[in-house]
Design a protein around this ligand. Structure first.
Ligand code: ADP
Length: 445
């Protein structure tokens, strides 16, 4: 592998660029017109514009991205996360053009991309899933299942993602209409009306397992707790979780079993909900690198993106399970351009003052620089601050210090940093009493 086309933007484009450079691989960043002045573009060996600001015309534009790879002579493509990362047709087309796709196989993606079919595969592999149904045919089927499982239940889009396409239902009276509405919404949002039903787990923890596979063998790199969410979207993540050892071991074994069952290749994440009794249930697999991967890198010392490159180059996994050790505690906060005082309303503008934190145990992954104008066409992630320390308490204190040090200002620009400071000061958070309803229940004032 000599030259990689990075088919993404923002902090993850920069993250991939850094990994490539350390491996001596040249970088080409495919960017939209709105990102011509972005940091990954400025730092790349080459940059190539793939279309107007609108993602459908640029970052999701398969013909343009493939042409960019061919024209620039790239022999590999890294899709990052979002955009085309979990599109099996894209992965197939890349390979048909003799270009290495840095990620799983199209078959891996097809097996797990549809959430209802992922549930079936998990059951085949003997991994517990949330009590629920396969794809629903009609409201009657939903009623029968919900009567058996017990309310509340949650309707979920099979093609859903990013915390969208879920609907909570408390009673049978609401169910029929909810099914029809959820199908309609799923059709509008994801182009696929398929939905399924799950028992709604009250106050779970969201715990996910990082894996690496080479098609033959799968290893895990322990877990992350991502229970701090707003509207099902993650805001702060940490590793390790506070789960009791036996629960944690069961979870890790299940994750490896499921990934091995489908011959998984590359980095992937298996997401689980864990209830108050310590029962865990698989909910979905993300067949890509995730936003929160740095917390795992901090506790294990493994560069996950580098491993993705090496696996894609056809090398067998060079790490053995017993070589993976987790030490200390890592926390990541997502710095989003959103106003936490105004219901997390998106905020855009120009970055005038920028000082990221530093010092022992602090890492920043961000594409910002002073003078950078934040484009309005994309998600609100400005960067991630990640800290590591020997214990969870020390990591919390370190993150508090890091946030205190950060200066990120511009006219009208608001970020989630003040929100994160409140989380870190919250007594429930400090005790580790964190469930997916934490933000709604403990941060509502
Ligand atoms: P997405 O693919 O959109 O991220 P997920 O299936 O991963 O959706 O779920 C996202 C979040 O929604 C979970 O972390 C959890 O907070 C909540 N959630 C999903 N399924 C359930 C459920 N059955 N019971 C309770 N909460 C759920």
């Amino acid at each position: 592998m000599k030259k990689v086309l990075i088919a993404n933007r923002g902090e993850i484009a920069l993250r991939i660029l850094r990994a490539a450079r350390e491996l001596g691989i040249r970088t080409v960043v495919a960017h939209s017109e709105a990102d011509a002045e972005s940091l990954p573009v400025l730092l790349a060996d080459e940059a190539i514009c793939v279309g107007p600001p609108s993602p459908t015309q640029s970052y999701l534009n398969i013909p343009n991205i493939l042409s960019a790879a061919i024209v620039s002579g790239a022999d590999a493509i890294h899709p990052g996360y979002g955009f085309l990362a979990e599109n099996p047709t894209f992965a197939e087309m890349v390979r048909e053009h003799g270009i290495t796709f840095i990620g799983p196989t199209a078959e891996n993606m097809r097996a797990l991309g549809d959430k209802a079919s992922a549930r079936k595969i998990a059951r085949e592999a003997g991994v517990p899933v949330v009590p629920g149904t396969d794809e629903l045919q009609d409201p009657e089927e939903a009623k029968r299942a919900a009567a058996e499982i017990g309310y509340p239940v949650i309707l979920k889009a099979s093609a859903g993602g990013g915390g969208r396409g879920m609907r909570l239902v408390h009673t049978e009276e609401e169910l029929e209409r909810a099914v029809l509405q959820a199908q309609e919404e799923a059709r509008a949002a994801f182009g696929n009306p398929a939905i399924y039903l799950e028992k709604y787990i009250e106050e779970p923890k969201h715990v996910e397992v990082q894996v690496l596979g080479d098609g033959e063998r799968v290893i895990h790199l322990f877990e992350r707790d991502c229970s701090i969410q707003r509207r099902h979207q993650k805001l702060l993540e940490e590793a390790p979780s506070t789960l009791p050892t036996e629960v944690r071991d069961g979870l890790l074994k299940s994750a490896v079993r499921l990934a091995e069952h489908i011959g998984y290749v590359s980095a992937g994440t298996l997401e689980f909900l864990v209830d108050r009794e310590g029962n865990f249930y698989f909910i979905e697999m993300n067949t890509r690198i995730q936003v929160e991967h740095p917390v795992t890198e901090m506790v294990t010392g493994v560069d996950l993106v580098r491993e993705q490159f090496l696996i894609a180059a056809g090398e067998p996994l060079r790490l053995k399970q017993e070589e993976i050790r987790a030490s200390g505690h890592a926390i990541e906060v997502r710095v989003n351009a959103e106003d936490p005082d105004k219901n997390f309303r998106p905020s855009i503008g120009k970055v005038e003052t920028l000082l990221w934190p530093g010092g022992a145990g602090v890492r920043v992954d961000s594409h910002l620089y002073a003078g950078y104008r934040i484009p309005s066409h994309y998600d609100s992630l400005l960067g991630k601050i990640i800290v590591w320390d020997l214990t969870r308490d020390a990591a919390i204190a370190r993150m508090r210090r890091a946030l205190e040090e950060t200066a990120l200002e511009g006219p009208g620009l608001k970020t989630t940093i003040p929100f994160h400071k409140k989380v870190l000061d919250n007594a429930f958070f400090r005790r580790g009493a964190v469930y997916t309803n934490f933000v709604a229940r403990r941060m509502s004032e």
